[in-house]
Design a protein around this ligand. Sequence first.
Ligand code: NAD
Length: 515
Amino acid sequence: MGIVLKDIATDVDRLLRDFGVTQHLYRRDSTRNGAREIRSPLTGAVIACVADASPGDVAEAIKRAHDAFIRWRVIPAPRRGELVRLLGEELRAAKAALGRLVTIEAGKIPSEGQGEVQEMIDICDFAVGLSRQLHGLTIASERPDHRMMEQWHPLGPVGVITSFNFPVAVWSWNAALALTCGNPVIWKPSEKTPLTALAVQALFERAAARMDGIPSGLSSVLTGGREIGELLVDDPRLPLISATGSTAMGRAVGPRLAQRFGRAILELGGNNASIVCPSADLELAVRAIAFAAIGTAGQRCTSLRRLFVHRTVHDDCVARLKRVYASARIGNPLDEPDVLVGPLIDGTAFQKMQDALDEARTLGGKVFGGERVREKQYPAAHYVRPALVEMPAQTGPVLRETFAPILYVMPYTEFDEALALHNGVSQGLSSSIFSTDIREVEKYLSVAGSDCGIANANIGPSGAEIGGAFGGEKDTGGGREAGSDAWKAYMRRLTSTINFGRALPLAQGVRFDID
Ligand code: NAD
């Protein structure tokens, strides 16, 4: 049995205490001056109050991070990796509890809440291996008796700004790499999900206490809204800001950072598409499409929002999807274990969804689902039936990211026509094709295919593994995080040329003879 609704705040209080989050960081039931009420989307009830950081707190955290950097950067990378290994151990031990807190604070179903923590564990493992592989190149010099080489050095404190929908995993993608690379991390979590951030910071502190020589200020959390984020973005002592959120946020952050020549990793909104070809394995495709479109209640950056289906399989595909949409269990995942679709984050998200559906209707869209459900049981929460919209064309809301479970379905005849529509939006995060025709699949993955940062075949666009570099093109911001060589963004590249001869030949044959 799930917990009784009025007990959610008690449950949160118990979880936070178990993590070791101290009482001065949050209050259970009273609003202090300036404190924000944090609500669980499961019920809409207030679960805690958290005060925003002050500008003084921000200045102090940056100073401490800077001091920590001076000490941390000279600790050998494999030792730095040891701290990340210990963090991974703490996360393993706390997986169930942290996953539950993610469910309560962000509304994810338990297996996705736990999956998010598993992703944190995975990136810690990755970073431990990385700590022995921060290697550069040795490059052939054009000059005799010279050698050129490249080293990767720690960069400096990293500001990490995160979105509500991956309240803990996104921090870990950044932090595990940044710490291994020799950089302290300052985290500004979403103002909607500060409690999971406080819990993760407590776990980090547990890991740090198990090792000697860990400087204080290596990791810190600054709660609050965009004003706190802006203070980080504007501070030249933070050479890199990794910001995850909407494209609107990225448009504000990008130029501010550029103003001071700060580096950016921007992980912004997506408007992800899939193409279902005539040769697709429809049963597999429908399962993948359902997970990608309605999983996490459509609140993943990689959620599937646009579906192009070949005319020969269109009706069959849509009919199968409608059956899934009609039967998917929607509700409070803490009370009903077989729930697949949890709530929207808040009433604003619900309103934006309804606005998009209204606009789609005016453009000739046939809307299936999309209505509010469970409102009698949870009047302050926002549960919706995912919406499938048959659109005559890619116009209006189809061109935008609405952060809710809306899937726009459009038929196509020619593959190249589908591909052009697929790429015909401003966002470029994730994408996929369902086909067993190798020509179509290879074209889709080629330079002339999907223009996104992620393109999959015979799986949906969501649910990435940490081993690959994650991120997207165009209005998605161009950043890359997690695996592959994404770690290089957290380091300073140093190119050196060493002369081990007695002559001084100049590059490009330049002569500069002095007496
Ligand atoms: P949001 O843009 O409202 O907020 C994200 C974070 O940015 C919050 O911490 C917020 O306080 C901060 N912020 C907002 N404006 C800022 C500013 N001007 N300066 C500094 N900080 C600022 O996004 P959200 O509603 O929390 O998350 C949903 C969005 O995030 C969606 O668009 C989704 O696609 C995107 N997202 C992208 C990725 C990715 O990897 N590409 C991952 C997760 C979410």
